[in-house]
Design a protein around this ligand. Structure first.
Ligand code: MG
Length: 161
């Protein structure tokens, strides 16, 4: 049996924070504000995986009010969510992520992002797609005030209960 999940996240961009996207630190004069490391792409992937099994969302499992998630590396979330899938005999077939940010250009970092996500998810690089778009100057993303990420994941339930 196959199931599909969708994930979305956005974070405000501010000075004085690192810009973490898909588990890669991208050189920039600003970064994403968040209780954890503010990695919108990693969070969207988590939500896509959780959504595929109707297991709620990232806030359900890692409440932002909890001190233990303060500043945490989002790879922790990806690994925990992957473990939830594994515990249910669910295999990730592929995940496709789109990151929307006005600047900097992410093209030089796409390969590293795919590898980092695959490593955290325990899957092959071929199963992970990362695409980047600019905000075309429109809205909060276009003004450089925010980063957005969307993800879709397809999973296979190996042992339906
Ligand atoms: Mg988030």
């Amino acid at each position: 049996m196959f199931r599909i999940g969708e994930g979305y996240d956005s974070h405000r961009l501010v000075e004085g924070r690192a810009l973490r996207i898909a588990c890669v630190e991208v050189p920039a004069a600003f970064g994403s504000l968040g209780h954890s490391d503010g990695d919108a792409a990693a969070h969207a992937v988590c939500d896509a995986l959780l959504g595929s099994l109707a297991l709620g969302d990232i806030g359900t499992h890692f409440p932002p009010g909890e001190q233990r998630w303060a500043g945490v590396d989002s790879r922790v979330f990806l690994r925990e969510v992957s473990a939830m899938l594994e515990a249910r005999s669910v295999r990730l077939l592929n995940v496709d992520v789109t990151v929307i940010i006005e600047k900097p250009r992410l093209a030089p970092h796409i390969a590293a992002m795919r590898e980092a996500l695959a490593e955290a998810l325990g899957c092959s690089v071929e199963a992970v797609s990362v695409k980047a778009k600019s905000g075309e100057g429109l809205g909060p993303v276009g003004r450089g005030e925010a980063v957005e990420a969307r993800a879709v994941a397809l999973v296979e339930v190996l042992e339906p209960v």
